[in-house]
Design a protein around this ligand. Sequence first.
Ligand SMILES: [Zn+2]
Length: 80
Amino acid sequence: MVNNNHFELKIPLCPKCGSDKFSKQEYGQIKPILLQIGRKKLYLRRYKCKKCGRKYQTQLKGLLDKFNTISHIIKENIYE
Ligand SMILES: [Zn+2]
């Protein structure tokens, strides 16, 4: 977390080609539903790979687990 509800990757790596050459883009906004907190706005830094042009953004895998998100439960229900 860089500041209030804004997140960036420590070491951005392109998921396609693995390059660490990137340019920073605008923040993307997500609104996960967090247990005990409710719906919350979070901002994730987006990146664009300078090598292959792939756009990617900060992932919150571990972080959302920490927040005890129920988003994955909702996702499973949608699949069913
Ligand atoms: Zn790339």
